[in-house]
Write a protein that binds this ligand. Sequence first.
Ligand SMILES: NC(=O)c1ccc[n+]([C@@H]2O[C@H](COP(=O)([O-])OP(=O)(O)OC[C@H]3O[C@@H](n4cnc5c(N)ncnc54)[C@H](OP(=O)(O)O)[C@@H]3O)[C@@H](O)[C@H]2O)c1
Length: 359
Amino acid sequence: MSAVLATEVPGKAQVASPIAAVLLGTGVVGGAFLKLLNTQAAASIRLVGAANSRRQQIRAEHLADRALREKLKNLGDPRNDAELLHALDANDAPVKVIIDATACGTLASRHAEWLARGYHVVTANKSLAGGDLPGWRALQAALAQGGRYGDSATVGAGLPVISTLRRLRGCGDALLTLEGVFSGSLSYLFNQYDGSQPFSALLRRARELGYTEPDPRCDLSGEDVARKLLILARCAGFALRPDEVEVESLVPESLRGVDVETFLARLEELDEPLAARHAEAKARGGSLRFLARLNQRGRARVGLVEVPADHPATRLYGTDNQFALSTTRYNTQPLVIQGPGAGPEVTAQALLGDVLALG
Ligand SMILES: NC(=O)c1ccc[n+]([C@@H]2O[C@H](COP(=O)([O-])OP(=O)(O)OC[C@H]3O[C@@H](n4cnc5c(N)ncnc54)[C@H](OP(=O)(O)O)[C@@H]3O)[C@@H](O)[C@H]2O)c1
């Protein structure tokens, strides 16, 4: 069952309803979203509350402050979800939305409850839609009662892949295979990795450029890619459990339990196994890519794959993501969606688009 989506009437001018919004998370993505709120495109949105993990603000004069994000670090009230919801209730806007720009599992576990209480939810947080099956089912049950769930930002930083899958499915098309590169950092690493420098050197550079998480194991473990694959598989009609996605981690067993500093000091331990795999692939005229794959029987796998020189994933640049969908109607050539799949501005724009679609 897919989320209820806003409808548009082509050729008819849309009058946006005012939208009252609470923003959870003022980090990289939340901060970019606050900047977008100051643009004309967001004129219909009234921010009535904003929070980071420790503090929150509901007073209009502080919410209007362009330095809100910085000020929340030191000023503001202690965190209290009930007060944020009360601020939404107190506003007379006909549309009320909670925007989750965190990675917090506890907040995500409340999405279904918020929907059931009549709020809409727009999220970059993958923890619910890409988490345990009972949580995802609770979300579907809440959506069946009404409310909308804007999840464009959860996969591909807003590249139109979730919407495309839902649209094709709504037209009676069925997914045959899905394959692609779903991680900006892993895309960058394997687009660059040609054996001329150690993988660890490339990883250090990617981290310096801000392409990886501060702890690169979050990217290298494949878990984030697996969550995105779960979200897409479920959109395509495969209600998979997380343990049904086979995940190949690039983090050696010996480096999984150590602290971040130790991991960063021992990055060279990644080099030899990857160099050997790269050399084998190169000898056969191929290269390595970190791919997510789903087939029509619902078999899902995430991991390193040797691809031939003419594979679509060899034509990626920078931190591009790629989603190749073969369906019963796109069956000669896949429908390919490709482009920047990470970054605060595009992710925040995906959130904004989902919020505006509610008005
Ligand atoms: N960065 C990207 O390019 C990108 C792309 C697509 C999707 N996403 C997703 O977007 C989400 C946010 O990513 P990010 O890069 O912005 O992360 P981030 O910079 O680490 O920011 C996370 C924010 O969430 C806040 N937070 C954590 N728990 C909270 C709670 N219980 N209540 C309120 N706020 C809470 C943090 O508060 P503190 O400031 O107090 O720590 C911080 O402000 C993640 O789910 C990520 O996977 C990110």
